[in-house]
Design a protein around this ligand. Sequence first.
Ligand code: IPE
Ligand code: IPE
Ligand code: MG
Length: 243
Amino acid sequence: MNFPAGVPRHIAIVMDGNGRWAKRRFLPRLAGHKQGVTALRHCTQACAERGVAVLTVFAFSSENWNRPNDEVSGLMDLLALALSREVPQLCKDGVRVHFVGNRQALSDKVRTGLEQAEAATAHNTRLVLNVCFNYGGRWDIAQAAAALAARGEAITEASLSAAMALAHVPDPDLLIRTGGEMRLSNFLLWQAAYSELVFSDRLWPEFDAAALDEAIAAYHARERRFGKTSEQIAPAQPDAAHA
Ligand code: IPE
Ligand code: IPE
Ligand code: MG
């Protein structure tokens, strides 16, 4: 994958705050989720324009089934609608979409819709968009371990990584959560081991290209040490004595 130096290769986002955005406007929560789809479209385009190679978003968690029935069914309908509506734009923008999560529990309509969206965008190469839907980090680790056990394979860090739902992309460099909460809520528990975490107080429907740039700037200000010391990481300085 080619990507401009300095731009995070893989950005992951917990798109939180749709409900509060709607509540502040005296609108039903679903209106916030609808606005969230628009925010995702803009964010996807902004990532593609900045040369980000992979965008992974948390759209529906394993725990979100516990919400009121009308909100859950509204989110399912919204996904099905967005799938059919967004494909032409995704293709125009060069975006390949992957759904990450437990598909078994989804209705036939939703499952077919996401399979069609994956097939229709499979030839796009500019940006990979992973939509985590009915996803949980614990589910992913458990399903990977179960797959290895079923095949009688040894469980190692490498074999588990390869069996996980995000094996097709590198680990996220930058993980953003909007909406002000500072927790992972079961997102990318394995893959975020060394991601830089950036928390934004903006509600997801308000997260625009400027907010994305702010998060990328915060990422740039970090020193990623991966267990090493700062001195090991710093680029070699020209020797002042010989200058
Ligand atoms: C995130 O927004 C979207 C989903 C979880 C589907 P929320 O719906 O959690 O919004 P808040 O946190 O209630 O504001
Ligand atoms: C996390 O948000 C899940 C998604 C954004 C899809 P939640 O709103 O469900 O998280 P909690 O419940 O506040 O931890
Ligand atoms: Mg929330």
